[in-house]
Every structure is written in structure tokens, then in C-alpha cells.
Design a protein around this ligand. Structure first.
Ligand code: ATP
Ligand code: MG
Length: 328
């Protein structure tokens, strides 16, 4: 197969992964149930949801590693079920448990991958040294992988993706089992990939981490995507507001001016000189300008960003009590 097929699925050239009614059944149970999403080039996209929600199964279908029961998925224009090799060549995959040849060193493992790609000896060693430097494994490059910690193995997994020069990195629970420091370093590496234009799809339970690194998230529940968007968008949808901004200032008509700021929901007057408002985005600069416009004196300005933790908790509470709030 030469050029991309499956064009019907990918909506625009910016879309690198597109799922349409993507479904996986095992016997009678539907574990991924007609999900739809588009992921744009350069995006960091998070799959979230409880154990068994269908995140890994979705990932495996994108890679052609498990059968698709119904619907379609397109990866870089390819149908992974029909062209798994084209997908594998251009997509890096870090599975839940990374499999390396434990008796070989990091360099030997990467050399094996690079050789399969048909790279020259010089190109191989140049890319391997560069990748191991990036993930800070150069010092232990010649130790057997059997001696590596979980964090080191995860970083070696990223090194493999870097050596491949993958256009998409698919990471299944990449930070589970890592200590806080290793987690922060790993998230930095994900940001570096994004900065280079790599599209990153990751699954995670660790909501605050996902929040820090993802541009958009899809919340899975029983095989369905129940919410999708940026954290700020979901906060508005589920919590009714994204940001809570507090202003302490003296001046005439400040509450009225704050209420007129685009994206501001309601303004509460806590005291003569204290106001709290909900907003769709961080409106601190506008609030400061409003105070200046009122010839007021600004004493304090603070913002509470929406947390994915709160969105998730609220959503599942609402779902359990029978009524899920729709868009506010
Ligand atoms: N090979 C299989 N045969 C039968 N059922 C399976 C198979 N693989 C997965 N399942 C079921 O599909 C559902 C979704 O599993 P999946 O691994 O995709 O969930 P997940 O969201 O990745 O969960 P976790 O957070 O635990 O990794 C689960 O109910 C699981 O039992
Ligand atoms: Mg999983």
C-alpha cells in the first residue's frame, strides 16, 4: 500500500488521529462503544477514566494491535487494521509495561530498533546518543536494562520514540509507578516532544498531571466518551464555571464594571471592597483594567484555576445520583 487511504475519516490535514464510531466488543460486552474524536497535529490529548473504561483498548485499536468490531479509526491517514506497518513506522508506543530485552544494554536495545528501521550505522549511533542524552540515560547507557528502575525504563521507552522520530507518541499510563520527581521530569519530556511538533496521546489516572500537560482530555466511562475538551471548557460544562477570581479594590461601581467583562458569569459582593466572580477564563488582566477605569485602588487580585479533580468528582457524583448536568 502506498499513499494514505481511509481519507473519508480524517476531516482536515491538521487531524492526525480520527475515530468514528469506533467500537470494540468482546463477546457480548461492548468495551469501547462508538467513540468519536479528532486529534490535531501537535496536540497533547489525554484519555482519562476509571479502570476498565476502555482507554487501553482504544489505544490498541489505533495501533492495529486489537481488532476493531465496528466503526473506523484513521492514524496519519492510515487504517491501522489494514496498514499496521505504516502506522508502526511513524507512531511511537509506550505500553503500560514496557518490554525491552533485559539482558541487553540501553544502547543495544535502541540499536536493534534503529537497525530494523534500516538506518546506517553512523546515523544509528548519532540518533541513539542524542536520544539517551535527552532522556538523561547516557551515563547508564551501557548497563543491562535488567538493572533499570521503572522510571529509567519509561525514559528508555521515550528514547525509543525519539530515535524513531515518531510523529505521534502514544503513552499508556506513562507516569504510573514513578516517584514525584521522576513524574515531573517525564512530563517535561512530554512537553519537549510537543514543542517539536510531536502529537502526544496519553492515558492516565493522575488527574493533576494530566491537567498540567494536556491541551484536551476525553473522559471515558463504560466504553463511552462522556466529556471532551480543555480543562477550562469542561469546568464550565460540569462545574458551571471555570475560574474563580477575587478582587479587593476600592472605587465606584467596581462590581458593575467587573460584571461587564466578557466571559464573567456572576459577581458576588463579599464586602464593600471585596468581590468574587466566576469566569470562563482567567480574567485578572481585565479585572485590573476595570479597577483602573473606576479610578479605584487595587489591593489584591487572585485566581483559582479549575481542577480536573473537581470536574471528575462532580461528574461522577452527578452520574451516580442520576442526573448529569449538561452544558451550563
Ligand atoms: N482480551 C480481552 N478479553 C476480554 N475482555 C477484555 C480484554 N481486554 C480488555 N477487556 C475488557 O475491556 C474493558 C476495558 O479494558 P481496558 O484495558 O481498555 O480499560 P482501561 O481503561 O485501559 O483500564 P485501566 O485503567 O485499568 O488500564 C475491561 O472491562 C476489560 O475487562
Ligand atoms: Mg489501561
Amino acid at each position: 500500500m502506498s499513499g494514505p487511504q481511509n481519507e473519508g475519516v480524517a476531516a482536515s490535514p491538521d487531524v492526525v488521529i480520527a475515530a468514528r464510531d469506533l467500537t470494540r466488543r468482546y463477546g457480548k460486552s461492548t468495551v469501547v462503544d462508538a467513540i468519536n474524536f479528532n486529534i490535531a497535529k501537535g496536540e497533547v490529548f489525554g484519555l482519562l477514566g476509571p479502570n476498565g473504561a476502555g482507554k487501553t483498548t482504544t489505544i490498541l485499536m489505533m495501533l492495529g494491535l486489537t481488532e476493531i468490531s465496528a466503526g473506523r479509526v484513521s492514524v496519519l491517514g492510515f487504517d491501522p487494521a489494514r496498514a499496521p506497518l505504516q502506522v508502526k513506522r511513524r507512531v511511537g508506543y509506550l505500553p503500560d509495561a514496557v518490554g525491552f530485552y533485559d539482558h541487553l544494554t540501553a544502547v543495544e536495545n535502541l540499536a536493534y530498533v534503529a537497525k530494523l528501521m534500516g538506518l546506517s550505522v553512523a546515523e544509528r549511533s548519532q540518533r541513539i546518543v542524542a536520544a539517551l542524552t535527552r532522556v538523561r540515560l547516557l551515563e547508564v547507557a551501557n548497563k543491562r536494562v535488567a538493572t533499570y528502575s521503572r522510571g529509567m525504563r519509561q525514559r528508555l521507552g521515550l528514547a525509543e520514540i525519539i530515535v524513531k522520530r515518531a510523529e505521534i507518541a502514544i503513552l499508556d499510563e506513562p507516569t504510573s509507578g514513578l516517584d514525584p520527581q521522576a513524574t515531573l521530569e517525564f512530563l517535561d519530556l512530554i512537553r519537549e516532544l510537543k514543542a517539536e511538533g510531536v502529537t502526544v496521546l496519553l492515558s492516565s489516572h493522575m488527574l493533576d498531571q494530566v491537567q498540567r500537560v494536556c491541551d484536551r482530555v476525553a473522559l471515558f466511562r463504560d466504553g463511552r466518551i462522556v466529556m471532551m475538551g480543555s480543562v477550562a471548557e469542561l469546568a464550565v460544562q460540569v462545574l458551571g464555571a471555570g475560574f474563580v477570581v477575587e478582587v479587593e479594590a476600592e472605587g465606584a461601581g467596581i462590581a458593575r464594571r467587573l460584571a461587564a467583562i466578557p466571559g464573567v458569569g456572576n459577581v458576588e459582593t463579599l464586602a464593600e471592597d471585596r468581590f468574587r466572580m466566576t469566569a470562563e477564563h482567567d480574567v485578572r488582566p481585565d479585572a485590573a483594567r476595570a479597577v483602573v477605569a473606576a479610578n479605584g485602588a487595587l489591593r489584591r487580585l487572585s485566581v483559582d484555576e479549575p481542577s480536573l479533580e473537581a470536574i471528575y468528582a462532580r461528574y461522577f457524583q452527578a452520574a451516580q445520583s442520576g442526573g448529569v448536568r449538561d452544558a451550563a
